[in-house]
Design a protein around this ligand. Structure first.
Ligand SMILES: CC(C)=CCC/C(C)=C/CC/C(C)=C/COP(=O)(O)O
Length: 273
């Protein structure tokens, strides 16, 4: 009937669309994602298997695609592994976001987590270091503080660059109620708090003479700041893990470019009394 024919044509078109959008898992040419022209329907409207006929124009065109185009359609092992990792990351991060809101499982701990958040924020660290630099009267202290200031600024620039390049959105369960942010802070990869925590932790352990309990406290602080980013729902786990690695590596760069009265006399002249 007329209605039956229309339904059959629609279902054929839908079938062709589904196949055309399905990523190819087989070698190009054997499955083109386009139904062969010889496919048809029987009088009752059911799809018939393809007839043994020459390759249709469409499949011949697909078979002639350059290798790179076919590669794009074939999900590689690495692609599948990455998508699976990201899916696990999103799922686990959402489950760990127990302080993401007042009504979350650990919502009552949210104010405390926000104090931890401020302790790893860029502004207190920049202002504190700058203040220390202006107050210090020993050249050794000035050298350490000037390098800490340089490290903190380098960290801000690097994180802003990576955030702007990667443009990964913050988790959907995050409430954007953070203490002072800049434009790129709408993005979450990598976590600026985690990079700063790792960087400051390595810096302090290397340049401050501290008793063992205090050294342990510094490491604990860096870990708590990092974990709190996921608990507050600000970040996914991969943002924080990458941030820690980046901050750790950044310290090596700071150490390599260490500013001294010999290498940067003009900078030190600014703060010599
Ligand atoms: C000198 C200058 C440009 C200071 C800007 C300090 C500032 C507003 C830093 C932003 C710190 C922040 C909110 C980072 C975001 O951390 P995530 O862990 O959420 O990535």
């Amino acid at each position: 009937t007329q209605a039956g024919c229309t339904r059959t044509r629609c279902s054929l078109r839908a079938h062709a669309r589904r196949r055309a959008h399905r990523p190819m898992l087989t070698t190009p040419g054997t499955s083109t994602g386009i139904p062969p022209a010889s496919c048809g329907t029987d009088p009752s409207g059911h799809l018939q298997p393809p007839l043994a006929s020459p390759i249709s124009k469409a499949s011949a065109a697909a078979a002639a695609l350059p290798e790179e185009d076919c590669m794009k359609l074939n999900p590689s092992f690495l692609g599948i592994a990455l998508s699976s990792l990201l899916a696990i990351d999103l799922w686990a991060s959402k489950r760990l976001g127990v302080c993401a809101g007042e009504d979350s499982a650990w919502g009552s701990a949210r104010p405390l987590m926000k104090v931890v958040e401020v302790s790893g924020h860029g502004i207190p660290w920049l202002l504190g270091t700058f203040y220390g630099l202006c107050q210090s009267d020993s050249s050794a202290a000035r050298e350490v503080l000037l390098n800490l200031l340089f490290a903190l600024l380098l960290d801000l620039v690097l994180v802003a660059l990576v955030k702007g390049l990667v443009k990964r959105r913050r988790p959907t369960h995050n409430k954007m109620d953070m203490f002072v942010t800049i434009s790129v802070d709408k993005y979450s990869f990598p976590s600026g708090h985690a990079t700063r925590a790792a960087l400051v932790c390595r810096f302090v352990l290397r340049h401050l003479v501290l008793a063992v309990p205090l050294r342990v406290l510094v490491v604990l602080w860096a870990l708590i700041v990092s974990v709190s980013r996921v608990m507050l729902g600000r970040h996914n786990m991969t943002d924080v893990l990458f941030g820690l690695v980046l901050g750790y590596a950044l310290y090596s760069v700071v150490e390599y470019c260490w500013l001294s009265p010999l290498s940067a006399p003009a900078l030190f002249a600014l703060w010599s009394h």
